[in-house]
Design a protein. Structure first.
Length: 463
């Protein structure tokens, strides 16, 4: 059997697409117009409609719900949020602790809501295990672990080589850090269940309706314009396709492969009985899960960025990237050297210039947006949606400020990315530096982070 390449994602190949929804039939009005039918847009519609049932809410989606990152991600529902350290520097440590606690709570909120709505999304709360397998990675892991505890994760655990192997036998792993604030899930099952729940509440979803321009009280499409007091941009990695947004968030590529189902004897050797989501401390990091049907789905960077902020063609992935991901899989689990790869796919995630996720409502225009999740969007989108709900209720006089509207990521302003070709040259140079740094650390066994990676972090704005 040959590897399926593209076709949106393995998750869609496994669960199938929903019946297509009708495009926008012409000019119309709404109380709230949401642009983007992924997690952010659908969660926002869900919470707004639950809070204010009489609202007329319309969701516009360019292709079909979950076509973007929401239907292609690694299925990590976890408590990471992009930009927390920067928010701590700008707003104080305690403000960032509140943000982190909100993310911890968000994992439970998604699990609770999925159960309440009867959404079966293969959710398993096994936590997140991040491993180190070089001296430099070990030093970063210990620093990372200490920082996370300082931000309130008192239930995080640090494991040595033996304890790590008792959970999962990653080749050469010398330590790991585990948090309970994480779960594995099937991204498309969650997305489809959420879309159905939103429609059941009375929200209108139009698919095959690309929005070309957002301006105050208007969402413009080829089929007509939706006029609404509030227009919310929830387009994440596809934001660059909108008029005037070409340099707002960079569409960073991430790629994945899924193995064939693995037999019981392989799992006996690997372990992974707790079905934690799995990551590492490399600069060009990987992420993986043990799926409900006992495959390994593993991802990482391939071609990091396409010139001119272009996005992929239905998830198709370069053969060299598939080979590189297989190499990571075998590096972690040598037993899988001959395993069949059933599916490969790619998608884009939204990266702000300062790597900070944000949520905003401009009260003077009624325009709102959320995103820039830098790959942590499965959970962050839910927190963003509840925050947009509170901001709209506050602006419309239905409520006052809340704990969510006071979080430090609300209203954060990010400068634009550089124009081409500087953007393309910079991103490719940075990821080449990260790969070289990983190689150097693995071959020299130095306990210090490679200087090249430190420099790349400073230039990129990651730290």
């Amino acid at each position: 059997m040959n590897t399926v390449n593209g076709g949106i994602s393995f998750w869609y190949a496994q669960d199938g697409a929903s019946a297509p929804r009708e495009p926008l039939p012409g000019d119309t009005t709404a109380d709230v117009c949401i642009v983007g039918g992924g997690y952010t847009g659908l969660w926002t519609a869900y919470y707004l409609k639950k809070a204010v049932p009489f609202l007329n809410i319309t969701v516009l989606e360019a292709r079909f719900c979950g076509y973007g990152a929401s239907g292609r991600n690694g299925g990590w529902l976890y408590n990471g949020i992009a930009g927390r350290d920067r928010y701590a520097r700008a707003h104080g440590h305690e403000a960032a602790v509140r943000l982190q606690q909100a993310m911890n709570d968000t994992v439970d909120e998604v699990v609770r809501t999925a159960a309440e709505e009867g959404i079966e999304a293969d959710i398993h709360q096994g936590g997140v295990l991040e491993v180190a397998y070089t001296p430099a990675q070990l030093a970063r892991l210990k620093d990372f672990h200490s920082v996370e505890i300082a931000f309130g994760e008192k239930d995080r655990r640090l494991f040595g080589a033996r304890e790590t192997a008792e959970r999962i036998r990653v080749n050469g792993a010398v330590a790991s850090s585990w948090t309970p604030h994480g779960a594995r899930l099937h991204p498309v099952k969650l997305l489809k269940g959420l879309a159905a729940a939103v429609e059941a509440l009375g929200v209108t979803i139009h698919e095959s309706t690309p929005v070309t321009e957002i301006r105050p009280k208007h969402a413009v499409t080829p089929y007509g314009t939706v006029r609404a007091p509030y227009v919310l941009r929830c387009t994440e990695g596809f934001t660059a396709s909108l008029k005037g947004q070409h340099r707002t968030w960079l569409p960073m590529n991430s790629s994945m492969i899924a193995t064939e189902p693995l037999p019981a004897e392989v799992w006996d050797e690997i372990g992974w009985a707790g079905r934690e989501t799995l990551g590492d401390m490399a600069h060009a990091y990987m992420y993986a899960q043990r799926t409900a049907d006992d495959r390994i789905a593993i991802g990482g960077r391939g071609v990091p960025y396409r010139f001119g902020s272009r996005t992929d063609n239905d998830g198709r992935t370069q053969p060299a990237t598939v080979d590189a991901l297989r190499d990571i899989l075998v590096r972690f689990f040598p037993r899988l050297a001959g395993v069949r790869i059933d599916h490969a796919w790619s998608g884009v995630l939204g990266v702000p210039r300062d790597w900070c996720a944000t949520v905003t409502l401009d009260r003077s225009t009624g325009l709102g947006w959320a995103g820039g999740y830098v790959g942590s969007g499965v959970a962050t989108a839910n927190l963003a949606a509840r925050t947009l709900r509170d901001l709209i209720q506050q602006d419309s006089g239905q409520s006052g400020p809340t704990d969510l509207t006071a979080l430090p990521w609300v209203g954060h302003k990010v400068r634009k990315w550089e124009p081409e070709p500087l953007r393309w040259l910079g991103v490719h140079a940075l990821y080449a530096a990260y790969r070289r740094a990983d190689h150097r650390e693995a071959t020299t066994h130095t306990a210090s982070t490679a200087r090249l990676a430190v420099l790349a972090d400073r230039i990129s704005g990651r730290h």
